[in-house]
Design a protein around this ligand. Structure first.
Ligand code: ADP
Ligand code: MG
Length: 625
């Protein structure tokens, strides 16, 4: 054995991996039994990958050997051996997978566990370093592997958890990977079959390959994957654990959806809605998409075709017998099967959300706060689905600013005969309530939806009607004001001739900045408001452009004045053309821009506001003298 490739070769772990190993070896974790789950999940991954390979590749070592996992123990020697007939590893793959690439996962793991809140043993698998959890229980570990590639030679990897590992050629004829573990003295329990069986039932029951133990002829796990198991047999904790493992999320999901259907397509699905939109900063699973299996074989890790874009926050697994094994994306898509799968899945998700809204309002509100923005986007981007999505929308209103109302609830509160749903668009729910556009509606006790989310403007482009009700922006000039305000005493208006001179004053001062100045019959508390000159103007589109940061000049507006407002009456009494008169006019205009959310430079108002304060104070002083 003089050949260099046959001699043992020593490698050093990278810095963060060393640190990780050091932590795992020297701490006592009550959940250290999960090391078995990690090793079995790796074996299952390896078997899955082999099965996938068998579909496309004919050159496979031992093509007829059974896909299985075998566990053996030797209590005396404190040995635990786990062997699979999976895809195996070549020498290079071993160095890469068990040495090099662990580095980034190790770093993230160290960062995430520094704040001690997470249970180290529980989450280690979520960082792509699950294999190393074996060092919670091992004195030393030897991994011997023979790749499925018939050309490859068997190799072994040996480590004691210190800074180095050795690689050397090995004797192993069969395909797959064998992991030999010499257990620490205080971990001897893991060389007992009944203890191992218990752990398997707890964490690895649903692995889709048989796990044999010792001389036993029957598999110790139930083998059906969780999503193929009937709902009655799955516990809440099993659903949650599966979620954590598949999504790499630390938190429990908001809800799960477990489906089995036979028509119009055959499918199993286990879908989850996460509790939060934000994925943990340390999460490895950065991309969206569902795991797609056909007949238990994973064919796509991040499938984005199974659900419409606006449901992309949904996580989980879909498995269909109807999909061809040899799937290229194109064939699946053109087969029309994908469309059917997508329809069945999205209908079910929507239905479950409707049920949630009905049965657990509070939970639904949590959902809405986190994911509502996706549904709004769905209305904008998938007009065909708007009708389905709309009942899921929730709004705050001027009359119920603290609660979330559905459009159904809004409509049920309408007075007889009103066939319009009113809404107002603005920056935030506080300032929007002060908008002059609401004056008339407040005075009538009319309910108006408050739309303050940037996505609302996009949503409105696809939402013009709900049932027979037309949606209308209160800022639009053509809102038909016929009724007198309730309990509002008739306030004397400025005489027509005087009002005309006031209009001239405003026009002279504001000049090019407005297209017109005129009286409004809709204002009560407010002095003025800005409206679009063109009744067909699209304020939503204006906003959309603003949010998209497009070069877009907001069209000039009409300034409408309240002919009964005390400020205007007093303004008339000031000396014509005086400084004070001018700055008050400027300020009225600026304030109107501000509540509209279209003031280009609000801080520019500060010096003028100061002038107005000074003027007010000096008047007060004159009076007092
Ligand atoms: P992860 O499973 O998240 O990738 P692990 O630390 O559990 O991270 O495993 C690291 C890598 O080692 C795996 O991605 C795989 O490539 C390889 N590996 C581990 N166990 C086996 C096995 N039994 N058969 C083949 N490859 C394995
Ligand atoms: Mg793993």
């Amino acid at each position: 054995m003089t050949d260099a490739s046959q001699a043992a070769q020593q490698f050093s772990f990278k810095a963060e991996t060393k640190q990780l190993l050091n932590i795992l070896i020297h701490s006592l974790y009550k959940d250290r039994e999960v090391f078995l789950r990690e090793l079995l999940s790796n074996a299952s991954d390896a078997l899955n990958r082999l099965r996938f390979e068998m579909v496309t590749n004919r050159k496979i070592l031992d093509p007829d050997s059974e896909l299985r996992i075998h566990i053996r123990v030797d209590k005396e020697a404190r040995m635990l051996i786990i062997q699979d007939t999976g895809i195996g590893m070549t020498r290079d793959e071993m160095i890469e997978n068990l040495g090099t690439i662990a580095q980034s996962g190790a770093r993230k793991f160290l960062d995430a566990t520094r704040d001690q809140k997470v249970d180290v043993a529980k989450v280690i698998g979520q960082f792509g370093v699950g294999f190393y959890s074996v060092f919670m229980v091992a004195e030393w570990v030897r991994v011997t592997s023979h790749s499925f590639d018939p050309e490859a030679e068997a190799v072994s990897w040996h480590a004691t958890g210190d800074d180095n590992y050795q690689i050397e050629r090995a004797e192993m004829n069969e395909r797959g990977t064998r992991i030999e573990i010499r257990l620490k003295e205080d971990a001897a329990e893991f060389a007992e079959e009944f203890r191992l069986k218990n752990i398997i039932h707890k964490h690895s029951d649903y692995i889709g390959f048989p796990i044999f133990m010792g001389e036993g002829k029957e598999a110790v796990n139930r083998q059906t994957s969780l999503w193929r198991t009937s709902r009655q047999e799955v516990t809440g904790e099993q659903y949650r654990e599966f979620y954590r493992q598949t999504t790499l999320d630390f938190e429990d999901p908001l809800m799960h959806i477990h489906m089995v259907t036979d028509a119009p397509v055959q499918l199993y699905a286990l879908l989850y809605i996460p509790a939060k939109l934000e994925r943990g900063v340390f999460s490895l699973r950065k991309d969206d998409g569902l795991k797609l299996y056909t007949r238990n074989i994973l064919i796509d890790e991040y499938n984005k075709d199974l659900l419409p874009d606006y449901l992309r926050f949904v996580q989980g697994v879909v498995d269909s017998e109807d999909l061809p094994l040899n799937v290229s994306r194109e064939t699946v898509q053109s087969s029309g099967l994908m469309t059917r799968l997508r329809k069945v899945l999205s209908n079910q998700v929507i239905k479950e959300l409707e049920n949630l809204a009905k049965n657990d309002t509070e939970k639904y509100q949590t959902f809405w706060r986190e994911f509502g923005v996706y549904l709004k986007q769905g209305i904008a981007s998938n007009p065909a689905d708007a009708e389905t999505i709309t009942p899921l929308l929730r709004f705050k209103t001027n009359l119920a600013p603290e609660t979330w109302s559905s459009l159904d609830q809004y409509v049920s509160r309408l007075p007889d005969g009103q066939k319009v749903i009113y809404y107002i668009v603005g920056e935030d729910s506080k300032s929007i309530l002060r908008s002059p556009h609401l004056d008339y509606f407040h005075s009538q006790g009319t309910e108006v939806l408050l739309l303050t989310d940037p996505m609302d403007s996009f949503m409105l482009m696809g939402l013009h009607k709900y049932q027979d009700y037309e949606l209308k922006n209160v800022a639009q000039a053509d809102v038909n004001v016929t009724r007198k305000p309730k309990d509002e005493p008739e306030v004397e208006k400025i005489a027509e001739a005087d009002f005309q001179s006031l209009v001239e004053l405003f026009k002279k001062t504001l000049d090019e900045r407005v297209v017109d100045v005129r009286a409004s019959n809709r204002l009560y508390q407010s002095v003025a408001r800005l409206t679009d000159a063109d009744a067909n103007a699209n304020p939503e589109l204006q906003r959309v452009y603003k949010y998209l940061g497009r070069e877009y000049e907001i069209p000039k507006k009409v300034l409408e004045l309240n002919p009964a407002h005390v400020i205007l009456k007093k303004l008339l009494k000031l000396e014509s053309g005086s400084d004070l008169q001018n700055i008050v006019i400027e300020q009225i205009y600026d304030s109107a821009l501000l509540v509209e959310g279209i003031h280009p430079d609000p801080s520019s108002m500060a010096p003028r506001v100061q002038q107005i304060i000074e003027a007010a104070l000096s008047r007060q002083n004159q009076k007092n003298e």
